[in-house]
Design a binder for this molecule. Structure first.
Ligand SMILES: [Zn+2]
Length: 487
């Protein structure tokens, strides 16, 4: 009997239901927190900190310009004043409310101001509230079926090292995007009014009495001139084979709590900075909060066969069995390798990313083609992903298929592969499709096509990208041309 045919016990159904309800509650809390940094939490932290370190200014580290979490900024202001002066608070609250409204959370902005003790006597706050209401009333509901989805692979920080003519250069030229191209595309999309939304804004999950996940149409409300899009990035593993090719080495949390990349220069020196999509988008949203719908950012699709986010977290690094050539060499070169430490570091980064609005998806453990592989292969592969990747990045209910593959054609999902993936907690599914929109919302799933913004597409089909940016203007002049054809 196949695993997916086993009946689910009542206890198991209950357990799943409770777990899902908890996940949803926690997601809501995280979402509110990442927009305003929790005005209430911030105040408590400030008071406690000021009490503990009244003279020395105990917060040596302040966040610079991370407007999505003004906790530290507020803390620093208060500590510098050496006492929690009341007057300093009002402008901060207005700033936070403005930021919520800029991110299209008008209800949140109104609630924040109306919740202030002095709201009744504060005409400035009252004025702001009517302004937010007015903008909210101008918003229109965007059709879910007309949301576009774009994706990247790991970005190229140094084209001269990626396009150096070695055996991998052609592949990089086809499926990757340089940082200069990425920044130009992001700016163009912002100028055209694009706003990042989550798949969860398009459809939500409700759990019925039997523990089954049902999808419900979401509503995306945007002012005129704005349009939603979903962003994702595949294979954010920083695989061994990419070493020395001019891409970031890993994601880290820096001393300010910001997500950054570790990058190794050609001469072996290490730098911490914005060398890939996640920190680049974080910086962009700090400057342009209206690029993010209520704090949403992108989806990071992860395999597991090397590890995740630049950490070597697959089981083979622990058992030291079935290691491939690259893994053997890596472990030889790093005799102090500590598996548990890798897992802990990866968890820390993933959690910081989730708190900043990032979400995670399976990209299959072994980067397998789900359309060509058997149900049994899909089950074996998925189990490894659930064992070694999910515990680091959970909650996860999205699968972004590798090779742009899918478990069937454009007809509605049904059959063993879908039943199996659905039983393992996947409600959101993505493939690759060149059309502007490809969205299929059914009672049991949301499926979405994604557009690759890479060298191949820019070179051969710039017209397919015209709604997003001018490919001729964006195309990195350091790319070798012609971009090698596929196949
Ligand atoms: Zn991939």
């Amino acid at each position: 009997m196949d695993q997916n045919e086993q009946p689910i016990s009542y206890d198991e159904q209950r357990r799943r239901k409770v777990a899902i309800q908890r996940e949803r509650r926690e997601a809501q809390v995280r979402r509110n927190r990442r927009i305003i940094g929790g005005a209430v939490a911030a105040t408590v932290v400030v008071i406690v900190a000021a009490g503990l370190y009244p003279v020395t200014g105990g917060f040596g580290i302040h966040k610079k310009g991370r407007a999505s979490q003004p906790v530290h900024k507020e803390a620093s202001a208060h500590v510098e004043e050496a006492s929690g002066k009341k007057e300093a608070e009002a402008p901060k609250i207005l700033e936070q409310a403005d930021r919520l409204a800029a991110m299209y959370d008008y209800d949140g902005a109104v609630a924040l101001l109306q919740g202030q003790k002095d709201y009744q006597g504060n005409s400035q706050m009252q004025q702001k509230v009517s302004q937010y209401q007015e903008t909210k009333d101008s918003c229109v509901s965007w059709p879910i079926e007309e949301v576009t989805h774009v994706f990247y692979h790991t970005l190229i920080a140094d084209p001269s090292r990626a396009f150096d003519g070695d055996s991998k250069a052609a592949g990089y030229n086809q499926v990757m995007t340089t940082i200069d191209e990425f920044n130009a595309i992001t700016q163009s999309m912002y100028d055209k009014g694009f706003v990042m939304v989550s798949l969860k804004d398009m459809a939500t999950v409700s759990v019925d009495g039997a523990g089954y996940h049902n999808m419900q149409r979401g509503e995306i409300l945007l002012p005129p001139g704005k349009q939603p899009f979903v962003l994702s990035q595949d294979d954010v593993s920083y695989y061994h084979y990419m070493d020395g090719d001019g891409c970031a080495r890993k994601l880290v949390v820096d001393q300010n709590g910001d997500i950054k990349n570790e990058y190794v220069n050609g001469d072996g020196t290490v730098e911490i900075g914005d060398y890939d999509m996640v920190p680049l988008i974080d910086r962009f949203v700090e400057q342009h909060p209206d690029f993010s719908y209520r704090g949403a950012k992108g989806i990071i699709a992860l395999t597991g066969y090397n590890g995740v986010l630049g950490y070597y977290t697959d089981g083979v690094y622990k058992t030291r069995e079935d290691l491939d050539e690259n893994q053997v060499r890596y472990l030889q070169d790093n005799p102090d390798f500590d598996y548990e430490e890798q897992v802990e570091e990866a968890k820390k980064v993933a959690q910081a990313m989730r708190e900043d609005g990032w979400e995670f998806a399976s990209h299959t453990w072994g980067h397998i083609n789900v359309g060509e592989r058997s149900l049994e292969d899909l089950q074996t592969d998925t189990q490894k992903w659930l064992d070694y990747v999910k515990p680091i990045v959970e909650p996860v209910d999205t699968i972004i298929f590798a090779f742009g593959s899918d478990i069937c054609g454009p007809e509605d999902y049904s059959g063993e592969k879908f039943d199996y993936l659905k039983s393992q907690g996947f409600d959101y599914y993505c493939n690759v499709d060149s059309s502007q929109y490809w969205v299929q919302l059914r009672d049991t799933y949301l499926r979405m096509g994604r557009r690759n913004l890479d060298g191949y597409r820019m070179y051969y089909h710039p017209e397919l990208l015209a709604d997003l940016f001018d490919a001729a203007a964006v195309f990195d002049k350091t790319r070798p041309v012609p971009v090698p054809p596929m196949g």
